[in-house]
Design a protein around this ligand. Structure first.
Ligand SMILES: [Zn+2]
Length: 123
């Protein structure tokens, strides 16, 4: 089935110019605590990684997905697509996705302002 995808860089193009990259998922934190869960001795971190690698929602309806414009701008972007009709509702680059909990880098740690005097410095 052919349909058009509006690349945020290039505009509407045939789906055959793109590579499907799967559902947009929440990657587990690398620092996820490795606590023992109540059932079958699996760790909570292992469960998170298992779900991230193998479990898909496979929505029947609007779903946010990764797409790569392989015959165009060679960039990854996200598309919200209705899987029942292949209608693409919207597309955007990851930094425009508006889901900072998934895509933005974590905030840097609070560092002291180098212009302020060090609390370790004497009077
Ligand atoms: Zn493109």
């Amino acid at each position: 089935m052919s349909f058009l995808i509006p690349c945020p860089q290039c505009g509407k193009r045939s789906v055959y110019e793109f590579r499907f990259g799967g559902e947009v998922l929440q990657r587990p934190e690398p620092s996820a605590r490795d606590e023992q869960s109540a059932r079958d001795g699996q760790s909570a971190a292992a469960e998170q990684w298992y779900r991230y690698n193998y479990v898909r929602r496979n929505e029947s309806g609007p779903q946010t997905e990764w797409w790569f414009h392989r015959l165009g701008c060679q960039q990854w972007f996200q598309a919200e697509r209705d899987t029942r009709t292949n209608q693409v509702i919207r597309t955007c680059f990851p930094d425009q996705a508006g889901r900072p909990d998934q895509l933005d880098p974590p905030d840097p740690p609070d560092l002291p302002d180098p212009k302020e005097p060090s609390p370790l410095a004497g009077p």
